[in-house]
Design a protein around this ligand. Sequence first.
Ligand code: TRP
Length: 326
Amino acid sequence: MKKIILSGMRPTGKLHLGHLVGALANWTKLQNEYDCFFMVADWHALMSEYENSGNLKANMLDNIIDWLSCGIDPGKSTIFVQSQVPEHLELYFILSLVTPLGLLERCPTYKEQLRELTNRDLSTYAFLGYPVLQAADILLYKADAVPVGEDQLPHLELTRQIVRKFNHLYKTDCFPEPKALLTETTRLLGLDGRKMSKSYDNYIGLSEEPEIIRKKVQNMITDAQRIRLSDPGHPHKCNVFSYYAIFFPELKQEAEHRCVKSLIGCTVCKKEFADKIIGLLAPIQEKRRVLLKDKKHIQDILSAGRLKASSFAKKTISEVRSLLKL
Ligand code: TRP
């Protein structure tokens, strides 16, 4: 039997190149080796967006279309929406029974978000429990592994602690301890050199028009020490070059050579680079255009995903109920 993978994404906005290298490229590979569950975590999104939840549904469909366009295959993977499988909430409650409050209060992501996201009121009961719902997502499908970025490691560690406590208390081996599958790619920097993120407005969207991509790339920061065309460039200090290494490794050497030897200026280099990114996104955007015309197809994929996820989830819940003698 294949091992099980579960991962999720919150539908908080449009997807960008950071999602492609950080998650989707990896998910697309994993679906050939594992039994994969890919979930839209709308309840998790709600925990921070509850004051303004009107966009979640549109984001959700938009994100799923991008998943499919990037190669997530509903024939191989189960694609579903968290809120369509209410068992997530039941397990979340049961796990919360055994989750020590201190673990949640000390969770680094919790403390950081409270500090950083000052434009929302996150001092709520639900937000504190964010990692417990994530543990429920993972354990409901008894996932062996969870592909995540580094920022999610504390949530996985918390999940493992909950598993140990639950299994010990109810004398069971019902839940396996899930492993983190860290994404290998180096972190993709945003256009301004910080982490690529919607909230920093420093991203290239997967569905962005070529003209917008050209403009954004022209504004990318390159080597600040290179003033005249004849000055030799320092590619390892240049953001555009860091993208070459990730997206076009076969062109990396040539790009480096031309920069160091002053054979090309930054403006022309960025123009060429923009064309390459536009070319990379073209087949994804073409698939997207086709999918956008067939909403029924998307609904069918989600219905099938819901059915498969539900049947798994129901089995786990009935096991858990009997362990608790309910
Ligand atoms: N917390 C994850 C994030 O923000 C999203 C998520 C929700 C998730 N449930 C999950 C990821 C379960 C992995 C497994 O990226």
